[in-house]
Design a protein around this ligand. Structure first.
Ligand SMILES: [Mg+2]
Length: 139
């Protein structure tokens, strides 16, 4: 099982337009950490440590970054992002397209919104699929 660097956007991904935390955020952050992955939070409008503290998620977050507003992957060094995002969750589809794996999350809550549970399921799948084979490790 590969351990992934999981990058969450904030606005309309974790924190909705009304300032409320998206349903299942706490349990999903807990589960991702339990599975040995590393959680980063980034945002195009700045470092969002305070928002994560306010919503009780900070203890699960390893680092905060400012997200490039375009050319997401190419510009990572400009933004001092020194880890590789393996799985990104964002309401903006271009961000997902720029990286190897991720989930385009709806920017509006569905009834009984369970999008973050789907994110957890996909992270589990991604980690399992990424497991190197014996051939790859010896190549
Ligand atoms: Mg967003």
């Amino acid at each position: 099982m590969r351990q992934l660097n999981v990058f969450f956007d904030v606005d309309h991904t974790l924190v909705m337009w009304n300032g409320q935390l998206r349903p299942h955020a706490l349990e999903v952050f807990q589960r991702i950490k339990e599975q040995g992955h590393t959680i980063y939070v980034w945002s195009g409008v700045g470092i969002r440590r305070y928002d994560m503290i306010k919503h009780g998620l900070h203890e699960y977050v390893t680092g905060y970054y400012v997200k490039p507003l375009e050319r997401y992957k190419e510009r990572l060094p400009d933004y001092k992002v020194d880890v590789t995002p393996d799985f990104v969750i964002d309401d903006y589809p271009q961000v997902i397209a720029a990286f190897d794996a991720g989930y385009h999350i709806s920017d509006i809550l569905k009834k009984d919104d369970a999008e973050l549970l789907e994110v957890l399921r996909l992270i589990e799948l991604c980690a399992a699929e990424s497991e190197p084979t014996a051939d790859e490790t010896t190549a």
